[in-house]
Write a protein that binds this ligand. Sequence first.
Ligand code: GDP
Length: 445
Amino acid sequence: MVLNELGARINSALHALSKEPVIDEKAVDALLREICTALLESDVNVRLVQQLRQNVRKRINMDELSASANKRKVIQTAVFDELCTLVDPGVQPWVPRKGKQNVVMFVGLQGSGKTTSCTKLAAYYKRKGMKVGLVCADTFRAGAFDQLRQNASRAHIPYYGSYTEADPVLIAMEGVKQFKKDKFDLIIVDTSGRHKQEMELFAEMQQIAKAVRPDNTVFVMDGTIGQAADSQARAFKETVDIGSIIITKMDGHAKGGGAISAVAATGSPIIFIGTGEHMHDLDKFSARPFVSKMLGMGDISGLVETVQDLQLDKNEDMIKNLAKGVFTLKDMRDQLQSILKMGPLSKIMGMMPGMSPDMMQGFDAEEGTRRLRSYMCIFDSMTENELTSDGKLFDDENRLKRVARGSGVRPVDVQALLHQHRQFGQIVKKMGGPEGMLSKMNPAM
Ligand code: GDP
């Protein structure tokens, strides 16, 4: 059962409860049975599921409940809080501080997504204005350095590694030394993995940790591994001092239970989850928004951070235009480009409150993203004069055909874009102008 399905099932159990004519012990037990079965089928450790059941049971006092006006809300809150407790060890996550040379070591099994997550984390903190360097101390897997080098180059992040040195401890030490000398804020060390937990891997991890003295050790775990998560996380925790967890592949068939079990086994907080293979597919993790999103209640804090990361304040021209009630084709292009930068539409939709997993099923996010990309091609075929216009220039059929040819679409597709632009334009006209609400907005917003 994937994470969305788990959320949908818990939700439907809670809804079913509201339809019960009497909410008594029997109804609460039936609800808990359904939730616990769903959690077990999502590979949450049996011990944890039992604990959740007992805790919710303890919190719901039947006598008080019968006097309460909104029984469903009381029960829902208890279930919600206990689900949060499962993924929250109650420890403040470590965050690197700018100006201090923070060293972070990544550990995990081969294929868990370590190298990919290293670059994602580096890119994340680079966006926050930090000077970040990557060290490849994975000499076990052939091609590991090449992979890190390529990823790092794409993200314009300095890296260190060696094609000839076979000792990962020496590479790690040298890389950290060089980046420290150059006053880097954050130095991320990627270590080797193995196919399974074995002594050699653990000995190597300990030696590297001793050599580079990391401020934090991040354990990277594949979110799709299910029940094996508990023993894997325990084995790593016993060897090195795990400070944080990153769960990867939460976009695919991850059941979520693995993530929950890893937190319980290590007592360490999840700091990020990987939601795809792309560099930006890394979501900051907090227990409450995570559970809220899982249950289809939206993740406003995630959405706000995504929007903030885009640095939309660069669009001053557009804000001035909007305040005047003007909306050019270029304004529309910049808006759509920002949406594309936020990541796949499905992810953005998932952060919206009220978008339950059921509702998402009817939404073809891939088709939406494809359409946006085709619009970008159409904009690219326009001249600056056309872009800064209100679109009326395209009443000239030859012009319309030229843009269609240039962008490899049919003239009717260009017309569809112009039609949408006209619709947006009408709204902007109403809201803008000297009397409109947009003109009263602070441009800094
Ligand atoms: P490593 O051996 O632990 O360094 O693992 P890699 O970083 O090489 O990742 C193994 C595979 O998992 C690669 O194909 C990655 O593209 C893929 N991967 C990593 N993180 C994610 C993720 O969050 N989602 C998806 N779908 N794939 C991921």
